[in-house]
Ligand binder design. Structure first.
Ligand code: PMP
Length: 386
């Protein structure tokens, strides 16, 4: 068979390359791997959400729903965005998607023409550039590694990256993989550039509920002049530990939801009916501060431990302010090989920095217990990886 150029232009998602290797070794050789490669919280989905899912199935909610999602879900999402992020969206501004990932995909399909440029900020989540390419566009990278992964010092570079072909800026804070929360001044800088050059901005706020300590972040669309040019992406995977439900959403001006809605209806028709009902339950009946507070307390203890262990070994590490990842520098020319070898030889799963266009680093997810993280570092050290 022959395949299209656009699929030849992309590789499988790199975090899955490592986690597939981990699964293979676990299944075939019964290997014990400290797996810090996966991007999902090791926290159970709230029981009331699981119960609501079963109830929805028992009640026969197994049919299609309106394409953009049940009105009641979109109303719940609008209420949630208002309460938690001071965002003024109505149900007509929302599309419920199978994961936030599909909201990103639909947005790029709706906005990017062949030859268009999309500005991404490195380290960049591993699916952004492939999604840009699948839409026929080209990613233009702005690096933050020289500035300890802060965006503010890179704003001049961001402005310099704008060209006549720029169709969109993609922003992700709290950031996967760096865990950085971009400053108010960085958000204002993005706003100034977007307004000056009349550009839309996709703000991926999927980790916005997962902040350490008293760190705060204002949604990009609340900044002056941004409501009409921002596509806000969020979802249930991280905030409610519901990765396998595949439920997320976009919130955007109606001209965008109209166009992205076409891509949505012709690709997925709608998100699963009973999953949408579980989503309503999650939004309406979860004590979000308590749920995410417990989760972040656990992640914070692990973060502090891992950062200490790395710093004790003189390893350059950025202390994350949100999400549940830690990036650190490694001494290797090929971080993909380093990560594959780390799984095979040390029994530790990490994701290579090149997956985020930031070679020379690896990402560890804080999804194993403190004693397992300690064990992981010991193994890496014993096997000569640190
Ligand atoms: N954006 C970022 C930055 C992510 O890290 C992820 C998940 N790893 C997503 C979007 C998509 O998550 P989901 O499709 O599970 O909602």
């Amino acid at each position: 068979m022959e395949f299209a150029e656009r699929v030849h232009a992309v590789e499988p998602a790199a975090p899955f390359v490592i986690s597939n290797l981990v699964s293979e070794l676990e299944e075939q050789e019964d290997a014990d791997i400290v797996d810090l490669s996966v991007g999902q919280p090791d926290v159970e989905t709230p029981q009331h959400v699981i119960d609501a899912t079963k109830d929805a199935l028992d009640a026969g909610h197994t049919t299609y729903t309106p394409s953009n999602g049940l009105l009641s879900l979109r109303e719940s999402i609008a209420g949630y965005l208002q309460d938690r992020f001071d965002l003024d969206y109505g149900p007509e501004n929302i599309i419920a998607t199978p994961g936030g990932k599909h909201a990103l995909y639909e947005t790029l399909q709706a906005i990017v023409d062949p030859g268009d440029e999309v500005i991404v900020i490195d380290p960049v989540w591993s699916s952004y550039e492939p999604m840009v390419k699948l839409a026929g566009g080209e990613a233009v990278h702005v690096g933050t590694a020289p500035y300890d992964f802060q965006l503010e010092p890179a704003l001049d570079d961001l402005e310099a990256a704008v060209s006549d072909d720029t169709a969109l800026i993609m922003l992700n804070s709290p950031n996967n993989p760096s865990g950085m929360v971009f400053s108010e001044a960085a958000f204002e800088g993005v706003r100034d550039i977007a307004v000056e050059y009349d550009l839309p901005v996709l703000s991926d706020e999927i980790y916005a509920e997962l902040l350490y300590g008293d760190k705060e972040q204002r949604s990009l669309a609340t900044y002056d002049g941004m409501m009409e040019r921002t596509i806000t992406i969020n979802g249930f995977s991280k905030t409610f530990s519901m990765t396998g439900y595949r439920l997320g959403f976009m919130a955007a001006p109606t001209d965008h939801t109209t166009q992205a809605g076409k891509v949505h209806s012709h690709s997925v028709s709608c998100a699963s009916n009973f999953v949408q009902r579980a989503g309503i339950e999650a939004l309406e009946n979860t004590d979000i501060d308590a749920f995410t507070g417990d989760m972040m307390e656990t992640f914070e203890a692990r973060r502090d431990l891992l950062v200490d262990l790395l710093e004790e070994r003189d390893i350059n590490v950025m202390v994350p302010e949100g999400a549940f990842y830690v990036m650190f520098e490694i001494d290797s020319d090929d971080d993909m090989e380093y990560c594959k070898d780390a799984v095979r030889e040390a029994g530790v799963g990490l994701v290579p920095g090149q997956a985020f266009n930031t070679p020379g680093y690896v990402r560890a997810s804080l999804v194993e217990t403190e004693s397992r993280i300690q064990e992981g570092i010991d193994r890496l050290e014993d096997a000569g990886f640190l």
